[in-house]
Write a protein that binds this ligand. Structure first.
Ligand SMILES: *[C@@H]1O[C@H](CO)[C@@H](O)[C@H](O)[C@H]1NC(C)=O
Ligand SMILES: *[C@@H]1O[C@H](CO)[C@@H](O)[C@H](O)[C@H]1NC(C)=O
Ligand SMILES: *[C@@H]1O[C@H](CO)[C@@H](O)[C@H](O)[C@H]1NC(C)=O
Length: 206
């Protein structure tokens, strides 16, 4: 449980000289059960969703669906993209604060959400060995999150965390280049992390 923290301290104590340390590359799923953690009844069955040792869902099987008409990326203005992602972020806050009352449970659920996003980052960097895709069945359920009056629905959406990836769609058309992109995406990540105020620490291959 304390391992990541200890690792951070270990890294922090080394001289700052080498390339950027990437927080997300150090994190790995561990066999930690959170079902009934802290005696919270509301965490009953928590592990059943993704499975123990699959906290972020990155161990899920990905089945890429062959589409009649291939999805191709199509450029939108950056503001439109940012608006969409912020809507999703605010919805995350709404769900967590309106439908969970225990702050400990709110904390655990948010961490699961964040780690799932973190694993997508390593997909984007092509460091995970996973497809860079999304589950189209699950994504299509967004319209079922709210009732007609705008309040959050309480309906069971009929799937488990381990089903995510079963209908993976991979959009074509990205500019990924096996030769040049590994370093250019790393530069992009480093630039963004600098903007986020990440502290640079030396990398150490564990
Ligand atoms: C996963 O997809 C396959 C076919 O694409 C289907 O047979 C199976 O029932 C799906 N499983 C779940 C849990 O959705
Ligand atoms: C990838 O980049 C290299 C180096 O710039 C270039 O020679 C190559 O043609 C590119 N490959 C593709 C598929 O664009
Ligand atoms: C790029 O690398 C991936 C993974 O190694 C490989 O599947 C793909 O065929 C490569 N693409 C090109 C254009 O070489």
């Amino acid at each position: 449980m304390f391992a990541p923290f200890v690792l951070v301290l270990a890294l922090a104590s080394v001289v700052l000289s080498s390339p950027l340390w990437q927080r997300r590359e150090i994190r790995r799923n561990a066999d930690v059960s959170l079902s009934n953690w802290g005696g919270f009844q509301s965490l009953n069955g928590f592990d059943d969703f993704n499975g123990v040792g699959n906290f972020d869902g990155s161990n899920n099987v990905q089945t890429v669906v062959v589409q009649e008409e291939q999805t191709v990326c199509e450029v939108q203005s950056i503001e439109v993209i940012q608006q969409k992602l912020v809507v999703l972020r605010e919805m995350v806050k709404k769900v967590i604060t309106e439908q969970i009352c225990e702050v400990e449970v709110q904390t655990i659920v948010l961490e699961q959400f964040s780690s799932g996003i973190g694993s997508f980052s390593s997909d984007l960097l092509r460091q995970s060995g996973r497809q860079v895709g999304f589950d189209s069945n699950v994504a299509s359920k967004i319209s079922q999150l709210v009732n007609e009056d705008g309040s959050l629905s309480s309906s069971d959406l009929g799937f488990s965390g381990s089903d995510v990836g079963n209908n993976t769609v991979v959009a074509a058309g990205s500019n990924w280049n096996n030769t040049t992109s590994p370093s250019s995406v790393q530069s992009a990540l480093t630039a963004a992390q600098a903007a986020a105020g990440f502290v640079s620490l030396p990398s150490q291959t564990a």
